[in-house]
Ligand binder design. Sequence first.
Ligand code: SAM
Length: 284
Amino acid sequence: MSGKLYLCATPIGNLEDITFRVIRTLKEVDLIAAEDTRHSKKLLNHYEIKTPMTSYHEHNKVEKAKELVRQMLAGKNLALITDAGTPAISDPGEELVKQAYDAGIEVTSLPGPCALITGLTLSGLSARRFSFEGFLPSDKKERLRILEELVNETRTLIFYEAPHRLRRTLNELNEVLGDRTITLVRELTKIHETVLRTSLGKTNDIFINSEPKGEYVILIEGKSYRDIEAEKQSLWEEKTILEHMDIYLRQGQDKKEAMKLVAKDRGISKRDVYQELIDLKERE
Ligand code: SAM
């Protein structure tokens, strides 16, 4: 019979943030795959867990996952832990999970700390709907393409970022998304945990005299529906009905649908739009 894969959430700072079930599972499995075995050794020593460890990280994730799958198929139970938090969230865990499913291995996830959720609860921003974006790509063109896609996102936006890229990322977020409320949470669950609620436009000033240090989660308020409506209105407010129609026709709507949308925008009936278009044509 195949073994099972246990995804075990581990602390994101404070060693006490671990569940009884994770500790028991880490003691009971045959092998623990860890992102950085030296780093995880401290956690295992703290809880007197003596299970053997093997390394599973970004640079060996595809090949190593194949080997780990073979071991599970041979009957070994495996726990996956990463440097911090919940495996598969912005770390190599997702590759192993995918390969395990492809091989018909049972996978289960033991919940626990996760920086994005801890950050969201502390942010004071809307937690009802949010979009987790993880790390933005290192390629500038790709990064800006993603940010452009997010300009009209109404959900709270959540990003992970390394300290040495934080200033650059905050500048780009401000340039593309415009000034909005931001909560910058740092060193969650650790002694120097900090929550900074400010506006994106002001973040430039924060790091003038000091380099960002530690681990950060960036949380930004989504665009308000009011702003989206106001922008939409400013697109046609100064335009004639014909020009207004043209906006929708260029977006690929047919004439009937465009007339419906123009009427809705202007708060008039479709018949009025139609009549106005006829009048304009006659005046030509
Ligand atoms: N799997 C992890 C999780 O569940 O949150 C995330 C791993 S990802 C490689 C590491 C990033 O998570 C960091 O760069 C930082 O953005 C965020 N992070 C992890 N621990 C944190 C902490 N204690 N405080 C703030 N951010 C943290």
